[in-house]
Write a protein that binds this ligand. Structure first.
Ligand SMILES: Nc1ncnc2c1ncn2[C@@H]1O[C@H](COP(=O)(O)OP(=O)(O)OP(=O)(O)O)[C@@H](O)[C@H]1O
Length: 235
């Protein structure tokens, strides 16, 4: 579903990501872990098509993001680490806007909004302007908007940040459900306990370089993911 091939990205001549290759297959929940500044957001933004890059290629469902970004974007959803959304829209107007952009049929949209609204405890808030939401409520709304159009590839940058325990539980269940139906998820996180339990595959990035990747069980062996991560990233 997603192939990152020898991807590099520099800012002002300094390499932020260096020759990274990774494959995320249908059904994978692939966790991307690394220290602050390691290059996770840069990679996710390049995959989402919002950040240009000079070296390598990124293929979504067989299509290069460099050659046909629009058809790639139709198949995926990207949720950044900061849920900045149009503050003057109500939650419902925002979901309808995303539904229109991704051409979700109205008769499919309504039951989805009801279901996710209920599971994320957002139904009554949907009639209020986004500007009145807390950080966690905005995060829930953007997550709902991503699930609404059933992307084949879901990219999430630290999705658990700011979520209460119930919402985090709901998100984990929705991620599992999506992947069991054949989609793929690639997400960054600093919450290693969640990554260890949720992900069938893990990639570790350090200083822009991929230093470990593969099945979670193989990456961690008989240790905890936290122990392995600390060992791998030790200076
Ligand atoms: N717009 C930018 N201009 C210049 N340098 C940048 C820019 N964005 C990121 N960088 C640099 O690129 C490197 C990778 O940053 P990136 O945001 O990808 O890291 P990250 O792994 O997502 O970190 P965090 O866990 O803190 O979110 C860092 O050294 C950062 O300072």
């Amino acid at each position: 579903m997603l192939q990152i091939i020898n991807f590099s990205k520099s800012y002002e001549g300094k390499k932020a990501v260096d020759n990274l290759s990774l494959e995320v297959k249908s059904g994978d929940i692939y966790g991307f872990i690394g220290h602050n500044g390691a290059g996770k957001t840069t990679t996710l933004k390049a995959v989402s098509g919002i950040l240009d890059f000079e070296e390598g290629d990124i293929i979504i469902d067989g299509v290069s993001i460099k050659k046909d970004a629009l058809s790639c974007k139709k198949k995926m959803a990207y949720i950044p680490d900061n849920p900045d959304i149009y503050e003057h829209l109500t939650g419902m107007e925002f979901l309808k806007f995303i539904g229109d952009i991704y051409e979700v049929e109205k008769n499919e949209r309504i039951p989805c909004i009801e279901r996710f609204g209920n599971e994320f405890e957002m139904l009554s808030a949907l009639s209020e302007p986004v500007g009145t939401y807390s950080h966690g409520m905005k995060q829930k709304l953007v997550l709902m908007s991503a699930f609404l159009h059933k992307p084949k590839l879901l990219l999430l940058d630290e999705p658990f940040m700011g979520l209460d325990p119930k919402a985090a539980h709901t998100l984990k269940n929705l991620m599992k459900e999506m992947c069991s139906e054949g989609s793929a998820i690639f997400f960054s996180t600093h919450v290693l306990e969640v990554a260890e339990k949720l992900c069938n595959k893990i990639a570790v990035i350090k200083g822009g370089k991929l230093i470990e990747s593969g099945e979670t069980e193989k990456v961690k062996g008989n240790q905890s993911l936290e122990d392995v991560f600390l060992e791998l990233t030790r200076e």
